[in-house]
Design a protein around this ligand. Sequence first.
Ligand SMILES: Nc1ncnc2c1ncn2[C@@H]1O[C@H](COP(=O)(O)OP(=O)(O)OP(=O)(O)O)[C@@H](O)[C@H]1O
Ligand SMILES: [Mg+2]
Length: 411
Amino acid sequence: MLEIRKRNTIVALDIGTSYIKAAMAEVIVGQDINLLGISRVPSRGMRKGNIVDIESAAKAVEACLNDLERLTGIEINNAVLGFSGGSISSLNNHAAVAIGNPNSEISRDDKERVLQSAHSISLPADKTIVQTVERQYIVDGYEGVMDPVGMVGSRLEAEVTIITAATAAIQNLYRCASRVNLHINSLLYNSLLAGEAVLVPAEKEMGVVLVDIGAGTTDVAFFENGSLADTSVIPMGDEYLAKDLAIVLKTSMEEAARILEKSGAANPKTVDSELMINVRNIQGKDVKQVPQETIAEIISARLIELVELIYAELKEFDCLDRIPSGIVLTGGGAEMSGIVELFEQYLDMPVRIGLPENLRGMAREFNRTQYAVVLGGVLYGTRVMGNHAKEAPLFTGFLDRILDWLKDLFR
Ligand SMILES: Nc1ncnc2c1ncn2[C@@H]1O[C@H](COP(=O)(O)OP(=O)(O)OP(=O)(O)O)[C@@H](O)[C@H]1O
Ligand SMILES: [Mg+2]
């Protein structure tokens, strides 16, 4: 039977196209974050990061949360939920207000006013703002202010990045959670969560691009001056690689996915040209041998196409000459052998794998790029808990919501 203990825990959930992942961490205020467990189950009812069948998706989410409850012995009612999907887009906005206070001290109300004004964009009815990232404030022309409250000035400006998504996609996520009686504390954009887990502040300050290669989508996010500056989601992920392998090798998608994970390589020149891989036919019976080099050739052709699409996004962001910290790769696709070299070769900039490392109690098996989002979720939640609230207002409104939630939690 499930032992229900009252502890200060945070749960994060990542509903991906191929896997649903959940993580729970315990918050010991003033100490490290203690990871209590991670669970992962195959996804159902998802397509390119969006829910297409709520019933199936909800069952898979329930299975994932049940696994985590069994693992930790702690009942789950709330979670920080990551979101992404092909409908995501971002835009930068700017607003300015005059400070009416006679002593010119900027109040919380002034900050809210300028943020409200920065929020005011017209969107079609099927699109909704899901998150606003405060990039910086400008007080009387002085840039780089992170929190203007208490400062003196007569003119306050705010620069924000607004992330939008399809209204239906967000509603479906909430519906899915409510089917399993899960209360969503906060919905946060996946790349911000993955960035929380794998990027260091200096990288975000200098300019870095986080590329999360999932099964159905690839998220590209440019961070600069400490915060997210631009992002977009390419509707292509590792599924395409598996599909290519299935077609060329005349096998099933399951077999192709297995080969991709076990014997996939991004660069045909680096694999042993003598090495042969067993491939089952489409009925799953006869086995034929295929050189690993051939498999790598199929994979690299598609990955080069993905790199070209990423390059096009970076051009669109107009940031190509402002990425000194290079590219950091996360998501299951980043586990492909030789992927760093392929990206380096085609993008001509430093590339590294983004492993989520800074959690106590984390077994080695979880130190994988595909857990970056979910571990970022617990890290973010616990960072807010751990008296680091001054850094939190990355997300408008999130701090207030999470603090309300924490009040409940600690009651
Ligand atoms: N070692 C590996 N080499 C190559 N690909 C891998 C490896 N391990 C996992 N993958 C692939 O990574 C994908 C899963 O990654 P991830 O869990 O990040 O995706 P997801 O979050 O479910 O999808 P999305 O983010 O697109 O919604 C699968 O397509 C899987 O085949
Ligand atoms: Mg994902």
